[in-house]
Design a protein around this ligand. Structure first.
Ligand code: HEM
Length: 163
């Protein structure tokens, strides 16, 4: 029987991605908890800009990566870019608190992304294609759901598109 070759070369990358994700979470939660009660939180403009700059390209890029040939250089390169876009999108949301004025139920999308994307990367490094596929597909469905949510009247994108 031929033993399956496992490569751990990418583990430092995964560790770095996880570290960035956790750091973002900690900073976001620290800002949330450290706020003086009664203070109005103001979402910084840069947070909205980063969110849109990373989330919008992730929509077509994610569709392409999901639908195109798997495993080749293009899939691996574009997949890494997509994963990075998703992680930045998700971390950034902890600085956006427009809907409820604080970290609210919509931020569950971000927590799911910060969990599913690293799991998807970690599993493919270990040769587990099925879990990788599932984790990335669910992350993409999360992205599409968040996009549909953003189209709601009263929110920026909804107002911009539909007046
Ligand atoms: C193309 C996709 C997306 C678009 C166009 C989009 C757009 C936006 C915009 C414009 C806001 C600021 C609130 C407002 O509308 O004024 C926002 C907030 C937010 N988005 Fe997204 N987003 C997208 C994807 C995502 C993804 C993938 C996630 C999760 C990982 C996410 C999670 C959130 C959260 C948690 C907030 C903060 C809600 C709050 O203010 O409490 N979004 N989004």
């Amino acid at each position: 029987m031929v033993a399956r070759k496992r490569t751990n070369k990418a583990e430092p990358v995964i560790a770095a991605i996880l570290l960035i994700a956790i750091t973002g979470l900690v900073i976001g939660l620290t800002v949330a908890i450290g706020r003086t009660p009664g203070d109005e939180y103001q979402t910084p403009h840069w947070a909205i800009a980063i969110h849109l700059l990373t989330a919008i390209p992730a929509l077509p890029l994610g569709a392409y990566v999901l639908l195109s040939r798997k495993g080749d250089l293009a899939h691996r390169t574009l997949g890494k870019i997509w994963a990075a876009l998703m992680l930045v999108t998700a971390i950034d949301t902890f600085f956006i608190r427009e809907v409820t004025g604080h970290i609210g139920p919509i931020h569950i999308f971000a927590v799911v992304t910060l969990t599913a994307v690293p799991i998807g990367i970690y599993r493919i490094i270990n040769g587990d294609v099925a879990t990788h596929r599932r984790a990335m597909l669910y992350s993409y469905i999360g992205l599409c759901s968040a996009f549909l949510f953003a189209l709601r009247p009263g929110l920026r994108v909804g107002n911009f598109l539909f007046g």
